[in-house]
Ligand binder design. Structure first.
Ligand code: SAH
Length: 198
């Protein structure tokens, strides 16, 4: 089985995880479309950062996987590296599922508030304010372990990092405007993405 190399195993695991991610989001995506939006804060910077994020987490890795470009940036890997990447991505998928379960129709791709929006502060949202972004960071972190190419591996960190840092403050201001003291109290009890740390 000389054709089944560890870089290829890493690539296959990354593709399977991407497919599982899409599958987890499928039903929430369809359901949330039916819940009416009362406020959409889709600024140009928000649109830009969503494109950059999806290029880094999906577009660039897929280009590399299917075309081999930029092969000059390919590098060696080791079984342990690939397995660590798989473990991080698996945990990220578990967390991603929990966040969708907790948010229900309050979830949206972008910065939207639904009619009759409720603040979710239980379940996984009791631990941190942005567990879905924690899950995305874990995906971005798993990517360089799984993809043996410097550009495809690291593009997720830069892509999602752009979205996270442009969005998180804006999202918290939006939530504070809508929920006032309830959100301020919730913020005092919780960290952003790593329990007890940040
Ligand atoms: N930042 C959160 C949610 C990402 S989805 C996380 O990382 O888990 C983005 C949408 O979720 C936002 O448009 C906002 O309307 C909604 N949202 C964010 N935090 C929420 C909360 N605690 N309760 C209800 N809705 C929330």
């Amino acid at each position: 089985m000389t054709w089944l190399t560890w870089p290829l195993v890493g690539m296959i695991i990354w593709c399977v995880c991407l497919a599982l991610w899409i599958a987890i989001r499928w039903v929430p995506n369809r359901r949330s479309r039916r819940a009416k939006i009362s406020l959409a804060s889709r600024t140009p910077s928000e649109r830009f950062s969503m494109i950059v994020s999806w290029m880094g987490l999906g577009g660039i890795p897929l280009i590399w996987i299917f075309t081999g470009w930029p092969s000059a940036l390919d590098h060696e890997t080791h079984p342990v590296v690939v397995l660590v990447g798989a473990a991080i991505f698996a945990l990220s998928l578990r967390l991603f599922r929990l966040t969708h379960k907790a948010l229900g129709v309050m979830w949206s791709h972008s910065l939207d508030l639904r009619e009759d929006h409720k603040l979710v502060s239980t379940g996984i949202y009791e631990k941190v304010r942005h567990p879905m972004y924690t899950a995305f960071w874990m995906w971005a972190l798993a990517q360089p372990f799984l993809l043996s190419n410097w550009l495809a591996g690291l593009s997720g960190i830069f892509g999602f990092g752009t979205l996270y840092f442009l969005r998180v403050g804006q999202e918290e201001r939006m939530m504070e405007e809508r929920f006032g003291q309830e959100y301020r109290d919730y913020s005092k009890r919780t960290k952003r993405i790593i329990p007890g740390i940040y």
